[in-house]
Design a protein around this ligand. Structure first.
Ligand SMILES: [Zn+2]
Length: 241
């Protein structure tokens, strides 16, 4: 079979045999791809940089019967500064794990791919609050995955709600819940009016142009919401709060 040339980013890597590494890549048009970088752990291997976590570049992959291998690689960004800041590294690792759990082999994932690359650049190179960047990543991932929250109406009865009366966020339906519809049977989490305002701001303006203060980002809520919608629970999620 022919080689495939694709952009990709390493979501997971595991040492294999003496000199090889198994890689899980996210690619824009083939979703999650499992491949092997043969010899990448030999000193001076041209594939060395292809097999690190967060390695983002152009991969040429051999696609054989049930087998795949990296033929060549050209690095675009290693996101190196993440290694120098534990806080940013743990948020970035969580993003990788969400996409590893979510991406489907063979499925187009170009918008999620772009969201990941942009979010890692923000964590690496921009003076933005890492918690807010991560919360915005989760919110935009939800929106791209068909779970964009509704933020102005009760999700059960449809009644329009003023921001100041919103107290609960319905995890199942993805939006605020009015006092009449709230019951102990509803899977809802507390939410503050300023957190609703932050989510509206991000959906409208993006995290780089948001006007709401970054400390209003409801990171635990968005983490629970997206993980429950996607039915995933990445191991590093325990460190995200
Ligand atoms: Zn209601």
């Amino acid at each position: 079979m022919a080689n495939m040339t694709t952009q990709g980013i390493v979501l997971r890597r595991a040492d294999y045999r003496e000199h090889d590494r198994m890689l899980t890549l996210l690619t824009p048009f083939s979703g999650r791809v499992e491949t092997v970088a043969r010899g990448c752990r030999k000193p001076g291997s041209p594939l060395m940089s292809s097999a690190e976590l967060f390695a983002y570049g152009e991969y040429v992959l051999y696609q054989g019967k049930g087998r795949s291998g990296v033929v060549s690689f050209s690095l675009i960004d290693s996101f190196y500064p993440l290694r120098e800041d534990y806080d940013r590294l743990r948020f970035a690792s969580y993003m990788l794990q969400i996409l590893e759990a979510q991406a489907i082999p063979g499925d187009r994932a170009d918008r999620l791919f772009q969201l990941l690359i942009r979010s890692l650049k923000r964590l690496c190179y921009m003076p933005l609050e890492p918690r807010a960047v991560t919360a915005a990543f989760l919110l935009m991932d939800a929106a791209l995955s068909g779970y964009r929250p509704r933020l102005s109406h009760c999700v059960r009865c449809g009644r329009r709600m003023e921001e100041n009366e919103i107290r609960l966020f319905d995890i199942e339906e993805g939006g605020p819940l009015c006092a009449d519809c709230a019951s102990y049977l509803t899977p809802a989490l507390p939410v503050l009016p300023r957190e609703i305002r932050w989510m509206k701001d991000i959906l409208q303006n993006g995290v780089e142009r948001a006007e709401c203060p970054p400390e209003d980002a409801p990171l635990p809520l968005l983490k629970k919401y997206l993980e429950s919608r996607l039915e995933v629970s990445p191991p590093s999620g325990r460190d995200i709060n």
